[in-house]
Design a protein around this ligand. Sequence first.
Ligand SMILES: Nc1ncnc2c1ncn2[C@@H]1O[C@H](COP(=O)(O)OP(=O)(O)OP(=O)(O)O)[C@@H](O)[C@H]1O
Length: 982
Amino acid sequence: MHHSVVYASARPSSVSGRWFRQLGVVCRLNSILLVRYWKAAILQAVLLPLLVVGIVFGVQNAYVADNGLVTSADNTVVTWKMDGIHQCKPEPLSNACMTIVYAPQDAETTQIMNYFQTQNQARTGSALTVETNAWDSMSVPKNDMGIVPMASDQFIYDYALANPDTIQLGVVFTKETPAGGPIHWNYQIYYNMTHATNISTIPGFKYTKEAGYNRISSNDDSYGTLLPNMVRALDESLLTFLDPQHTQASLDYSLKSFPKASTKNGYSSKDDITTMLSNLMALPACITMVMAMLRITREKEMKCKESMQMMGLGPVAYWTGQWLTAWIMALVQGSVMMALGYAFKMDFFTNTNGLVIWLMFVLLTYSMTIFGFLLTTFCQKTGSSLGFGFAVVVAVLIVVPMMASGTWLDLYVDRSNGIPSDSPPPLNTYWIASFFFPFIHFGRLWSQISTLTLGTISGGSNPTVPAGTYIPGPGFHLSNLTNYDVGYPSIQNILPQPISGLTYQFANVVIAALLTLYLDQIIPNEHGHSRSLFFFLGSIRDAFLFVRHGGKAGVDRQKSVEAQKVTPYEGVPPENEDSDVTAEREKAIHCQSEVAIRISNLTKIYTKNGPGFWKNLYLALCCCCCLKRRRSNKIVNKAVDRLNLITEPNELFALLGQNGAGKSTTMQMLYGVTDPSSGNAYLFNRSIRTDMAQIRSSMGVCPQHDVLFNDLTCWEHLQLYAGIKDLPAEALLESFSKSTPKEAIKENLRERPTWIRSRLEAVQLWKDRHTMAGRLSGGMKRRLSTIISTIGDPQVLILDEPTTGMDPIHRRHVWTFLAQFKRGRSILLTTHSMEEADALGDKVAIMVSGHLKAIGNTTRLKNKFGNGYRVELALGNYIPTVQDPTSLAIVHDSNNNLPSQKQLEQELSEATRAIVPESVLLDQSGGVMVFGIPLQALEKMADLTAMLERAQAQGRIKQWGIAQTSLEEVFLSLIRSAEDRH
Ligand SMILES: Nc1ncnc2c1ncn2[C@@H]1O[C@H](COP(=O)(O)OP(=O)(O)OP(=O)(O)O)[C@@H](O)[C@H]1O
């Protein structure tokens, strides 16, 4: 069955129109893949958020807050190293603090605390001043203070709640005078729980059986000697106070930790939620980033991206498509995170403006994904992108909780000496480095939101709110985005407001996107191809040419002048160069007209340390191109050596050669994935060095290895590439004149574009049009790759071994299609099938070790390099040397005897030589003789055939035939002669 080729060319559209349509194609491709991998999409968008929010919720409820109450009865003190109380300790109370507060302030308690001071100084040398005025404000002290009176137990409680870690110890005295009984003095000590729990992480503390965690130096922790010291010192002071009175008194004491902020649902303080759980909340965004990185790198590794670019897809359209589709996952995942937070009734969510929460999560996923895209520009393999992604996830898990717990302040200000209230401390510059990482902004925003959303426990200072009641935080409103109180007036104006947590992430997106576009161009691919560091100057040059030469026509004229520039052949040609090759070289070098492909002195040298990103960068930084020459690039392989040839329109040029001859390298240079080392090639006067974008829009490529998306059907591949080639919409749809309305509905409108169907049918893939490429056989994939390269009816078609792995039937279908399709265009094809080159090639060239060895049409090659003709004959009747049961007819000589096989062979050999003395007996075995007849004996062929016919009539020959030397023999003899020379 023969199909005539239906053509469909790209529309002559504006650059911007084409760009938008290519963008649509990339978005559509990504959407199809998203739907096809729906399980992974659901996992990222729904299940992961559910998992992390569920874990956070579980942790909240499992966490049992410590109310900090320890009674004196629990204390079984063994042996204590008695010392005293020292001025506020450096850690964790790093800001100005009060060493001891006491209440109430009256004459007796003041007297007791004065005794305390005197005796403590005697023991420790530490002079703790007893303040005379009661501390009545809720603000933090400016300087370290000694013994500070406060109004009441309640005030101490409220103050400690509002200013955690500001007081080291507290003491509240109560004196009861029961009727008839002794006076009862009770004091309750407040100790700092944070101090106690942090103690094991502070260097210098060690655990002893007697004293628990005990610092060897003069400073102690609450559970070590600090509390016993306090108890002993207070007992001593009380006894000193009571002794002169000679009254009987009973003493008692109790211990209690200072209150900690907020306890709700068992889950509590800001510290816990920020340090522990903020990184979990960032995890879904991280996983989405890694998945996106893997998808992009897989497309790169499978060369799908390269293939789309070879077919004309611009890098800006490609990346814009990726950035746009990344929004889908960001929007869904961000919304799901927000919905789950509300569903689990978490304060952080319910107490924050919904828009802020939504933007926070959507932007995190988006900015992380775009950041991941940037990282893929450094990765050629999925393994390396997995490594990069993993490193980022670890960084997020560590850094986000640090930021969220308030460390972000250290990025901006130096807090090592506290924050003075009047003038701002020195500014840190870490924030500049941190600016480029979106997750750092997320951590800071988390910290700022959590300080306003998480509540506290009432200390009971408000009579209408019983102590222990949870008081929600004031909440994070939209206005707080630009109006957030940092808590330190002196640095309020130099610290970023919460809105920058969103705007900086957006800035990260823009910076990462621009860097991705740039690095993607300058980092070399696996063939070492990359654009120059200053490639963008090329557009300026184009614009300059456009103005200078008076528009597009002028530029085209200029380009054709450049394309026809004669570049002399360097060095000496290889030994014994064929005259046709020399002629082709002269023609290619001096060509003065527009041809389809002109290859001029094209050379490719593979080097050990080929062009690399870092080398590029080094060269740019040094700004001296001469260095490039001086650096020794150890030559590994000269794959193509000063190649010169021309192909005309309407011509199918077949390039033959052994494995490694340099065919694919030549093609790769033509379609722009490998840079030539020297020389140039022009396709319709466009240089492969400078005009690859224009060349690609009128070129079709079928690379040596199939480049297909495993998850797209044949049909979708053709649609995808049709979109990249910008085929007009009309070309995608067929009129329904031939179908009945019922058939039309059945067949689905979108399945009947004329040219798609005709091409699928031409290579027998119509029935498999809805099969995923991953499930096609090797030969089917090759057929699909071949027709993909013809999309848009390119002027130049480059086919690298298109029929490899095809069975003979399908190969012939492809040949028929190509023979028809080549009309009006030029096809460059490599093959290892001599039959194919013979059947299709208008011009055939044979390459050996990067050089052209022979060129011409097949008849010329056969005549020039073949051994002339072969005459093959099967002997007739004879007495076989070995019994031959197939001998049927009997021919007798004059004596009625059969000749022997040897006699017959000799007789025929002599007869042949008598007619054609130049003939050579090539083979003689099994009753078959083969003679080689050189071309110069062509005129004697008539006599020879007459003799052979006579011998056949006599029964001496069973059958015979004459054949011209095959292309395969030409190929073999050329290769052999080249090998002999080496
Ligand atoms: N990326 C590379 N780095 C170094 N050498 C290379 C690279 N690619 C190809 N070569 C070398 O260049 C030479 C030409 O290879 P090329 O792939 O062009 O041969 P070919 O004629 O297409 O062979 P085949 O018929 O096997 O496809 C070979 O010696 C090969 O080893």
